[in-house]
Design a protein. Structure first.
Length: 70
């Protein structure tokens, strides 16, 4: 087995899991199987999500538009 290639594919796979790219994930899994990597040893990475709630309102009211007088 080519360890560097397998490590690169596993890292690529983690990115696809996080982004939810199922088609690419299946393609990477197929490549890993062709290289002889055991399919049962691939673990799903937990997805981290950062949520920041601001207690401060920052949006300003739009400026009033003036009408053109003809």
């Amino acid at each position: 087995m080519n360890k560097n290639l397998i490590d690169a594919l596993l890292e690529e796979r983690r990115g696809y899991v996080v982004r939810g790219k199922k088609e690419r994930l299946a393609a990477v899994d197929e490549q890993l199987r062709q290289l002889g990597y055991p399919s049962g040893s691939v673990k799903e990475a937990p997805v981290e999500v950062a949520a920041v709630e601001s207690s401060e309102e920052t949006a300003a009211a739009p400026k009033p538009r003036r009408r053109k007088v003809s």
